[in-house]
Design a protein around this ligand. Structure first.
Ligand SMILES: NC(=O)c1ccc[n+]([C@@H]2O[C@H](COP(=O)([O-])OP(=O)(O)OC[C@H]3O[C@@H](n4cnc5c(N)ncnc54)[C@H](OP(=O)(O)O)[C@@H]3O)[C@@H](O)[C@H]2O)c1
Length: 340
């Protein structure tokens, strides 16, 4: 990749898009092309075509999507399938029309069948029924993968697809109505500590196992693949290791400085017992995650909007940070252990 290459990052203000921009700049790529939704609505095919034809970027990362937790996915099923299909179709077809040769589509591990063997290998795609609660979102993401594969086969494009596991980090969504399990847990533990609650209620038994990847690691993998000229099939991106919801809750409580108890509400559903991506294909290409869970949660917590506002201009080292932040005792609202 030429350091002067023009790179369009769609969704640059989101968690993944902003991490991609950070990583690209760190690697010396300064010619980044970005548009906010009000400047360019990716649902508008005509506007997307006009933009891509005028700009003719060398590379595109599609990190724009309608994203949400299990409740949002289930409740707004039409919005999730329609918006994701349209964004993918408009950007991928527009890229092809504008002669863009290289593009990366960000997908999600929910494309895989609900009951597939663990860890999940890329070839399990389309081998069984999907999780019903996020089926419309998953179908849109699968359509995006098939769009890329089809333009590659028919037109010789190099449109690649990466499937990240659960992500967390700066610019995550902490709105409890639409957030994923990690940001929800961080926020609930923080609020429980602030209120001096005695316990933190976590939905389910605490035994399901999930995988979490710090978003800057994901961005590093994506940029690594583009720089390496990877143009092969679908690739999983993950830690290659999982934790139980109990271990996750304990790590979050430790970072946040919440000293109360955890109470598991077993009347609430657990979801699938385990969800872990097989990352051997990516490892064979020379990439592995670097940020451990505790370190990642500390960095995510410090960047969360409700914490960043409370910090002094020069953030103290972590032990001092925890002293500043720690105070009350524990309890409160439930944290769902399920993730889409
Ligand atoms: N978050 C995770 O845990 C996770 C896990 C696996 C995979 N992924 C994948 O990573 C990708 C990015 O996720 P994310 O967590 O970064 O999501 P995010 O924080 O919600 O960011 C999505 C971005 O897309 C933009 N966008 C959506 N619709 C648009 C439209 N019609 N026109 C222009 N911009 C639009 C949003 O703009 P506005 O801010 O204006 O709405 C936002 O900046 C998604 O494909 C997702 O499936 C995420």
């Amino acid at each position: 990749m030429n350091k002067h290459a023009k790179i369009f990052v769609a969704g640059h203000r989101g968690m993944v898009g902003s991490a991609l921009c950070r990583r690209l700049r760190e690697r010396g790529f300064e010619n980044l092309l970005t548009r906010t939704r009000s400047e360019l609505d990716l649902l508008d095919a005509r506007a997307v075509n006009a933009f891509l034809t005028a700009e003719r970027p060398d590379y595109i990362f599609i990190a724009a999507a309608k994203v949400g937790g299990i409740h949002a996915n289930n409740q707004f099923r039409a919005d999730f399938i329609y918006e994701n299909l349209m964004v993918e179709a408009n950007v991928i077809h527009g890229a092809h029309r504008a002669g863009v040769q290289r593009l990366m589509l960000l997908g999600s591990s929910c494309i895989y069948p609900r009951d597939c063997p663990q860890p999940i290998r890329e070839e399990y795609l389309l081998s069984g029924p999907l999780e019903p609660t996020n089926e419309p979102y998953a179908i849109a993401k699968i359509a995006g993968i098939k769009l890329c594969e089809s333009y590659n086969v028919q037109y010789g494009r190099q449109y690649i697809c990466t499937m990240p596991t659960n992500l967390y980090g700066p610019n995550d969504n902490y709105d409890l109505a639409t957030s994923h399990v990690m940001p929800a847990m961080i926020r609930k533990a923080h609020e429980a500590r602030e209120r001096g609650d005695a316990e933190l209620v976590v939905w389910g038994s605490g035994t399901p196992r999930r995988e979490f990847l710090y978003v800057d690691d994901l961005a590093d993998a994506c940029v690594h693949l583009m720089e390496a000229g990877y143009d092969g099939p679908l690739l999983n991106v993950g830690m290659g290791a999982d934790v139980s919801i109990r271990e996750l809750a304990e790590t979050v409580m430790d970072v946040v400085g919440f000293k109360g108890r955890i109470r598991f509400d077993s009347s609430k559903p657990d979801g699938t017992p385990r969800k872990l991506l097989d990352v051997s294909r990516l490892a064979a290409l020379g990439w592995r995650a670097r940020v451990g869970l505790g370190q990642g949660i500390r960095m995510a917590y410090r960047s969360a909007p409700f914490v960043a506002q409370q910090l002094p201009a020069q953030p103290p080292a972590l032990p001092a940070l925890l002293r500043v932040l720690s105070a009350g005792r524990a309890a409160g609202a439930a944290v769902a252990a399920t993730t889409p």
